[in-house]
Design a protein around this ligand. Structure first.
Ligand code: PHE
Length: 467
C-alpha cells in the first residue's frame, strides 16, 4: 500500500508542471491592479513628468508622450506581463523557459542590470523626497523666494552624509517590505497606499486650480506648440513612456509572474496605463497652475519639484499643510515603484540562484548601497567625476530611460512578434480561449510585431543622433 502511494505521488510530480512549493503571488484582482499601478505610478509621475513637460514646452510634449504610450508603451506592457505569467518565473528564467537554448534570456539579464541602475539614482531622489517631508513639516522650506528654497535643496544634496543616510533609510524601508513577500509585502502595502495617493493628489489639485491665475498653467498643459517637438524631445517622451510604465526591464514581467490565471491581461494593463496617465496629468494640474499663479517659470528642470514647488506652496493659503501632504504623496508614489524595481533582482537571485528571499534582498540592497552612493554623492564628493559629460546620477538616468529600457522593449517586442508567434500570444491573452477578446489580441499582436519595433528603432537612432 505504502509503495503504491509513493509511486502514485512520484507520477503526479512528474506530470505536474507547477513547482512543488507554490510560488507566492498576488491574491486578489484588486491586489494585482494596486501592485501594478504602484509600480507604474512613481517619481516618474510626480517628478519627471512635470519637469520634462515644463522643459519640453508643455502640451505638445504630452501629445507625443501619449502617442508613445499607446503605440509603444501599452503593447509592451501587455507583452511583458503575458510572458511573465506564462513562464511564472523571474525575468531571466522566464525568457530562458519560453525560448530554451536561445539567447533571449540576455534581455532578462539586461533587465536585472537596468533595475539596479534605476534604483541607484531613484533611491536618491526618493531620499530627497523623504527628507523633504520632515523639512517641510518643520517649516524649513517655508519661503516664497526660490533662492531660499534653492539653498535648502543645495544644502541637502551637497551634504554627503545627509544624501547617503536618507538613501540608506529608503533602502531599509523597501527591503523590509520586500522581505515580507509578494502578497504580504508588495500587495498589502500598495493596496493601502494607492487610494491614499489618489486622495492626496485630488486635494492638492483642487487647491492649485482654485488659485487666482491658475488658467495660464492649464493653457501651458493643454495648448500644444509643435515647434518644440525635436528628435531629442521625441526620444525623451518615449523614454519617459518606458520609464513611466515600468517596461523594458523585466519589472512587469516579474509582476506578471505573480498575476492570477484568470486575470484579463490586456484589460488590466489598459486600466493601469489610464490610471497612471491620470496621475501624471493630475500631478501636472497640481503643479503648473500654482507655478503660473505665483509667477514662477515652468522650465526649472529636475529641481522644479524641490525648489520651485516649495516656494509655490509657501505662497498659497494653507501652503504649509499642502506642502507636507505633497511630499508624503511623492514618497508614497516612489515607494510602490521602488518595490517593483527591487523585486526584479530579488526574484532573480531567489529563483534562479537559489538564495533565500531574505538573503537575496539583503545582498541586493548591500550592493545597491554601494553603487547608489555614486549617485547620492553626485552633487558633493563626486560632483566632478563625469563619464560622457554626465555625473553618475545623470548617467544612470540617461542610460536607463533613453537606452536600456527602449532597447529592452525593442527586443521584447521582437521576441513576442517574431520568435514566439501569434498562436502562443492568442492562447496567453485570451486565457486559453475563455476571454472573448480575440479581435483585440490580433490588433495588439499586429502593433507589437510591426509598429512598436519600428517606432522604437527610429526614435532611438534619431534621438542618439545615429540616424
Ligand atoms: N514607473 C516608475 C515611476 O514612474 C519607475 C519605474 C521604472 C519602476 C521602471 C519600475 C521599473 O516612477
Amino acid at each position: 500500500m505504502a509503495t503504491q502511494v509513493t509511486v502514485k505521488s512520484r507520477a503526479a510530480v512528474k506530470h505536474d508542471v507547477s513547482p512543488l512549493i507554490t510560488r507566492d503571488s498576488f491574491t486578489t484582482s484588486l491586489g494585482v491592479i494596486a501592485a501594478t499601478l504602484g509600480s507604474a505610478v512613481g517619481l516618474g509621475n510626480i517628478w519627471k513628468f512635470p519637469f520634462l513637460t515644463g522643459v519640453n514646452g508643455g502640451a505638445s510634449f504630452i501629445i507625443v508622450y501619449l502617442i508613445s504610450t499607446l503605440l509603444v508603451g501599452l503593447p509592451i506592457m501587455i507583452a511583458e506581463i503575458m510572458l511573465g505569467r506564462q513562464a511564472r518565473a523571474d525575468a531571466v528564467t522566464s525568457l530562458s523557459k519560453l525560448a530554451p537554448g536561445k539567447p533571449w534570456w540576455l534581455v532578462g539579464a539586461a533587465g536585472v542590470i537596468s533595475a539596479f541602475l534605476i534604483l541607484a539614482f531613484y533611491t536618491e531622489v526618493a531620499a530627497w523626497v523623504f527628507a523633504y517631508i520632515f523639512k517641510a513639516a518643520l517649516g524649513g522650506l517655508l519661503s516664497t523666494n526660490p533662492e531660499v528654497t534653492g539653498q535648502a535643496f543645495n544644502q541637502l544634496i551637497t551634504d554627503p552624509w545627509q544624501s547617503l543616510l536618507w538613501q540608506w533609510l529608503v533602502l531599509a524601508l523597501i527591503s523590509a517590505i520586500i522581505i515580507l513577500g509578494v502578497s504580504k509585502g508588495i500587495e498589502q502595502t500598495t493596496k493601502r497606499l494607492m487610494p491614499l495617493l489618489f486622495l492626496l493628489l485630488v486635494a492638492i489639485g483642487v487647491r492649485s486650480l482654485t488659485l487666482p491665475g491658475a488658467m495660464e498653467g492649464l493653457v501651458f498643459l493643454f495648448q500644444p506648440d509643435f515647434s518644440k517637438v525635436t528628435a531629442a524631445a521625441l526620444l525623451t517622451a518615449m523614454g519617459l513612456a518606458f520609464f513611466k510604465l515600468s517596461i523594458g526591464m523585466g519589472a512587469m514581467m516579474t509582476y506578471g509572474s505573480y498575476f492570477r490565471d484568470d486575470q484579463n491581461i490586456p484589460a488590466t494593463a489598459t486600466k493601469v496605463m489610464l490610471a497612471d496617465l491620470t496621475v501624471s496629468i493630475l500631478a501636472g494640474i497640481a503643479i503648473f497652475p500654482a507655478v503660473f499663479a505665483f509667477g514662477f517659470e515652468p522650465d526649472a528642470g529636475p529641481s522644479l519639484l524641490f525648489i520651485t514647488i516649495p516656494a509655490v506652496f509657501a505662497a498659497m493659503p494653507l501652503g504649509h499643510f499642502f506642502m507636507v501632504l505633497f511630499f508624503i504623496l511623492a514618497a508614497i508614489a516612489a515607494t510602490g515603484a521602488m518595490l517593483s524595481l527591487l523585486e526584479v533582482p530579488v526574484a532573480f537571485l531567489n529563483e534562479r540562484l537559489g538564495l533565500s528571499r531574505v538573503m537575496a534582498t539583503l545582498s541586493t540592497v548591500a550592493l545597491l548601497a554601494l553603487v547608489g552612493s555614486t549617485a547620492a554623492l553626485s552633487n558633493s564628493l563626486l560632483a566632478d567625476f563625469k563619464l560622457f559629460g554626465m555625473t553618475m546620477f545623470d548617467l544612470y538616468d540617461f542610460a536607463t530611460s533613453n537606452i536600456l529600457l527602449p532597447v529592452g522593449g525593442l527586443c521584447l517586442s521582437l521576441f513576442v512578434g517574431w520568435a514566439w508567434g501569434f498562436a502562443e500570444v492568442k492562447a496567453a491573452l485570451t486565457n486559453n480561449g475563455t476571454l472573448p477578446n480575440e479581435r483585440l489580441v490580433r490588433a495588439v499582436f499586429g502593433i507589437i510585431k510591426f509598429v512598436t519595433p519600428v517606432l522604437v528603432l527610429i526614435v532611438l537612432l534619431n534621438g542618439l543622433k545615429i540616424l
